[in-house]
Ligand binder design. Structure first.
Ligand code: FO1
Length: 316
């Protein structure tokens, strides 16, 4: 079995971990959002890539969902003492990732090569690909003006009212090496859109033109797992952004957002009433991932659902 999963950070990484645990290592390719990447304190930070790598290697801080467990903060404390910028917190161990990534990028390596190296060094078995090696930056247009992603998300704590989103650089960005190959692989059995924020985490991936076309054309069924549980986001500003963009806050609006790409939608059982308004086959499941068993169960359910749709796109 060969599966491609599109994911952002914390929410998506939970399902990515479930998929990793139920699939053979060479059967899973993760395509990760890089729209949140930015240069901070002179370092190239790739938050979603690191969140996925830490989650899948068991290094993640399970309380925050990002950063490392058992982290120390000597660097941040020293930086605060010097009057430096402390709104975005880089732990001592995490800092090593950004320093080594930045050094390798400056030496001419691509982001995908650096990612593969760092993931391998941390013991990750599955293939993790940035969506693109070209810079794409998510920009949030708010009632307070236009903000870079991390200034909106972390510094302003998602408080400003969102009026529009943009993905600077996406128009000319090419999928990273391996992405199109994975989507066109003859043995591909499903593409899973993880329950990440559609606007902040998945849309930057879909904004890479050749990637979107490949997704549209791919022979395997494309399935999205709803990021809403009981009409609410488990964590993060998905529901808030939907409301601010003038959308009804329910799962059917998420399915509609992915219209034209989807062959199936995994809907949380608390939102079962929305099923009739989703224009593709629906699988109703408990999508709340509290523990490891939940992650594995949702991964299995999603893959079984994909199996029932496999004929729909002409896959073998
Ligand atoms: N999120 C926060 O809310 N506050 C932080 O200080 C913070 C630091 C941080 C450092 C490294 C990293 O990889 C992620 C970090 N995040 C932090 C999470 C990150 O901003 C978001 O999870 C994603 O960008 C959204 O998916």
């Amino acid at each position: 079995m060969s599966i491609v999963a599109l994911t952002g950070g914390v929410g998506g990484a939970k399902l990515a971990l479930g998929l990793q645990r139920v699939l053979a290592p060479d059967a899973l390719v993760l395509v990760v959002n890089t729209g949140d990447d930015f240069v901070h304190l002179g370092l190239h930070v790739s938050p979603d890539i690191d969140t996925v790598v830490y989650t899948l290697t068991g290094l993640v801080n399970v309380e925050t969902g990002w950063g490392r467990a058992d982290e120390t903060w000597t660097f941040m404390q020293a930086l605060a003492g010097l009057g430096g910028e402390t709104w975005f917190r880089l732990g001592d161990g995490d800092l090593a990732m950004h320093v080594e990534r930045t050094r390798r990028l400056a030496a001419g390596e691509s982001l995908s090569a650096v990612t593969a190296h760092l993931a391998r060094r941390l013991g990750l078995g599955v293939k993790i690909l940035p969506m693109s090696d070209d810079p794409v930056r998510t920009r949030i247009v708010t009632a307070d003006g236009e903000l870079d992603f991390q200034n909106y998300f972390v510094e302003r704590r998602c408080v400003p009212v969102v009026t529009a989103l943009g993905y600077a650089g996406a128009d000319t960005a090419r999928p990273a090496p391996g992405v199109l190959e994975a989507l066109r692989a003859p043995g591909l059995e499903a593409v899973v859109i993880c329950p990440s924020n559609p606007w902040l985490s998945i849309d930057p991936i879909l904004a890479v033109p050749a990637l979107r076309v490949a997704l549209h054309d791919c022979a395997a069924p494309v399935i999205a797992v709803s990021p809403l549980v009981g009409g609410q986001a488990v964590k993060g500003p998905t529901a808030k952004i939907m409301a601010e963009l003038g959308m009804p806050v329910y799962a059917a609006a998420v399915a509609r957002h992915y219209e034209g790409l989807l062959d199936g939608f995994v809907l949380d059982e608390r939102d079962a009433g929305d099923a009739a308004q989703i224009g593709v086959p629906v699988c109703i499941a408990d999508t709340l991932m509290r523990d490891l068993a939940d992650r594995e169960r949702l991964a299995r359910t999603t893959l079984e659902f994909a199996g029932t749709l496999a004929g729909g796109r002409g896959a073998p």
